[in-house]
Write a protein that binds this ligand. Structure first.
Ligand code: ATP
Ligand code: MG
Length: 404
């Protein structure tokens, strides 16, 4: 599928008319054989959920694209805002429908073109109906000549300032001057369910987003130290969850009281080992929640070497406490790359609101950067680990967040 174009029309002469269709294209490279029907039906379902209340009259799965027929009251701004977040869409066009008959298409497309001012243009036709009597280049030439005659603009196939897309399907065709980028990836939910450890920081929301982009539905688990610390981190977790929910429609967020558990650790575990012990407890509690919600992996926002708990040896010691696979989508990214992505997906501004989460609580200045499972297990022998895990898992409160 061709990339989105940033049309550089110098101006639009008429007031823009309200599009009557949106044509959604998905990344066909991602579609291998048997997965295809599941991919498409999940995508259709996710689009339907995301666009509830936006004035979509009908959603059709046609050859290689999903076509949304829009009602007269379609809310274009909402439509764009929501479609942009649906995973699995490579790009989408807002445009119009015309019978698949060359004279009708020519007139409609030329009229639409005449509403804009541009120096150079091209017509990009995709013929999904191979029985249509003209080939795509023939259609491009014919309609291009008409537009050229009417506007005086030059045809430029390699670097046009303005591109008009035309898609010919059996009986109907769609044309558009607006092709917008989608989120890419795979439809949320198609790869299964994972539990993401969501702090109030910058990294873990990006990790969640990346997993959603690979088709996962995410369950979120946040550890807080209320009432020892204020409720800020919980509020942030909820706001982050709201942003993420735009890509999956419904999210379960578990808020786990962790302050008392940490207080217990402090009484029994030497300072330098505490961070690793906290993290191992978090993994065990998250695993209980994963089991309950039928999530099959844990996800963190860890990135190698970023802080003391994220050295290779500590990552290994921490994950030894878990039995589920631990996925770390950000492991090879640096902070700047992660922050840029957070800004793009809209979580950065929430994440940078100052707060103390449970990680800053009872954390020594110099945590050990090289720990071994043996040494940590020895330290944990002073704790009733199963009781602490039960305390966290049973104390968790669930919030359900829905979008729209
Ligand atoms: P983040 O920006 O995601 O908080 P970070 O760079 O601050 O990451 P750490 O604080 O060491 O790194 O946390 C590493 C990972 O552990 C986080 O990305 C997150 O997945 C998990 N984590 C840390 N604190 C919490 C918490 N309070 N609740 C849930 N998960 C947490
Ligand atoms: Mg953090």
């Amino acid at each position: 599928m061709s990339a989105p174009d940033n049309n550089r029309a110098e101006e639009t002469v008429d007031s823009p008319s309200t599009p009557t269709v949106a044509v959604v294209h998905y990344g066909e490279l991602a579609l291998k054989g048997k997965n295809r029907p599941a991919f498409i039906s999940r995508l259709v379902r996710n689009i339907k959920t995301a666009l509830a209340g936006c004035g979509v009259r009908r959603i059709r799965n046609l050859t290689g694209r999903i076509v949304l027929d829009l009602g007269p009251g379609a809310d274009r701004a909402a439509l764009e805002k929501r479609l942009r977040r649906v995973m699995g869409i490579s790009n989408y066009s807002l445009g119009f429908k015309v019978p698949a008959e060359i004279g009708r298409m020519e007139e409609a497309v030329a009229q639409e073109a005449a509403r804009h001012v541009f120096r150079s243009f091209r017509v990009a036709t995709k013929r999904a109906d191979k029985t249509f009597p003209l080939t795509s280049p023939e259609v491009n030439q014919r309609i291009g000549a008409t537009i050229k005659a009417r506007t005086g603009a030059a045809v430029d196939l390699s670097n046009a300032a303005f591109t008009i897309h035309l898609e010919i399907l059996p009986g109907e065709a769609f044309y558009s001057v607006e092709r917008l980028p989608g989120a890419g990836g795979l439809p949320a939910g198609i790869s299964g369910r994972v539990a993401v450890l969501l702090s109030g920081g910058i990294d873990s929301p990006v990790a969640a987003y990346r997993m959603m982009k690979r088709g996962c539905e995410v369950v979120l688990v946040h550890f807080h130290a209320y009432p020892i610390l204020p409720k800020t981190s919980q509020r942030k977790a909820r706001e982050l969850a709201e942003v993420l929910t735009r890509s999956q429609g419904r999210t379960r967020l578990f808020l786990v009281p962790f302050g008392d558990i940490q207080s217990t650790v402090v009484t029994a575990v030497p300072g330098p080992l505490r961070v690793v012990v906290y993290r191992r407890l978090m993994f065990r509690i998250a695993e209980e929640i994963a089991r309950k919600t039928r999530a099959t992996a844990l996800v963190t926002g860890e990135s190698l070497g970023q802080v003391a708990s994220q050295t290779l040896s500590n990552l290994a010691t921490i994950e030894a406490a878990a039995t589920l696979p631990i996925l770390r989508p950000l492991i090879g990214m640096d902070k700047q790359e992660i922050s840029d992505e957070a800004a793009r997906i809209g979580t950065f501004d929430i994440s940078i609101v100052p707060d103390q989460d449970c990680c800053t609580l009872f954390t020594p200045k110099h945590p050990a950067t090289r720990t071994t499972v043996r040494e940590i297990e020895a330290a944990e022998a002073a704790l009733d680990v199963p009781a602490l895990v039960r305390q966290g898992a049973e104390g968790a409160e669930e919030a359900v967040i829905e979008f729209p």
